[in-house]
Design a binder for this molecule. Structure first.
Ligand code: PML
Ligand code: MG
Length: 259
């Protein structure tokens, strides 16, 4: 066995049947893994889906693909935090952070309305930052970012250096945002969780880093998801291919091997 061979592990879980048959989205998860660590990562995903606050799934799907594409190693985006006292103030901060990227209030409003009209997304909505139009054709599901990993030990060491608590959810979100924002078409990402008990979200970009907003929604609210505001000067197909297929490892050190 070649230890450098990588596998993509994808999980999705829903209540009341598969997502495409109207099941309620419960949880999704991603790993890139060497063969030797696949079992442990699969167990982690089972645990994630079956202990979720959105409910207990009746549908659970695991997909494992051998990765043939060449990967990229990227440093994590720098992290900053904006305190908000409630969701309304958090949204105002999000608007102003997106406006810092040249996205107009009208476009942000249009994208937010679209976002709120679509429930149950497992992936992101891709938005033209100039027109506010949705560019992907993935309907309810959105575009799911896959093939990304940040080795646990490396993340924990990074948290220690930054004097930040180890937060699994932030690890996953920062890994995803770093991959998304490394693409030259991405202007900024806006995200908040669809978990009713997790109210911190963020605006991220290559220019400004990962900007956390402590309250972007109220407790108990099950709406959430991701919006990618992008330039429209290249074909969307190659952007989606990058998001779904190109492996990205987040790393802080030069000599890095994934287990
Ligand atoms: C999610 O749960 O899917 C998104 C979490 C976003 C915020 C993570 C953070 O605390 O930085
Ligand atoms: Mg979620």
């Amino acid at each position: 066995m070649d230890d450098r061979e990588l596998y993509s592990i994808r999980m999705r879980a829903a209540l009341g049947g598969p997502h495409e048959d109207g099941g309620k989205h419960i949880s999704g998860g991603e790993h890139l893994s060497a063969k030797a660590s696949m079992q442990i990562k699969v167990l982690e995903l089972i645990d994630k889906a079956f202990t979720h606050k959105r409910g207990e799934p009746t549908f659970f799907q695991l997909t494992i693909d051998k990765v043939e594409e060449d990967g990229q190693m990227i440093k994590p985006l720098p992290v900053s935090t904006f305190d908000s006292s409630d969701a309304a103030q958090g949204r105002r901060i999000a608007y102003s952070l997106l406006a810092d990227h040249g996205i107009s209030e009208e476009i942000i409003k249009k994208a937010m309305n679209l976002f709120e009209s679509i429930n149950n997304t497992t992936g992101a909505l891709i938005i033209n930052a100039k027109t506010g139009e949705r560019l992907d054709e993935k309907k309810e599901q959105g575009v799911r970012v896959s093939r990304l990993e940040w080795k646990k030990e490396n993340f924990e060491e990074w948290c220690k250096q930054k004097e930040m608590p180890v937060n699994q959810r932030m690890k996953e979100a920062l890994t995803l945002a770093t991959k998304v924002c490394a693409h030259p078409l991405t202007i900024a990402e806006l995200c908040w969780s669809d978990d009713p008990d997790y109210i911190t979200g963020y605006v991220a970009s290559g220019a400004k880093g990962y900007q956390r907003i402590t309250k972007l929604k109220e407790y108990g609210d099950e709406t959430g998801g991701r919006l990618f505001f992008i330039k429209d000067d290249q074909p969307i197909e190659s952007y989606i291919h990058y998001l779904q297929k190109i492996p990205v490892l987040i790393e802080t050190e030069e000599n890095y091997e994934l287990n």
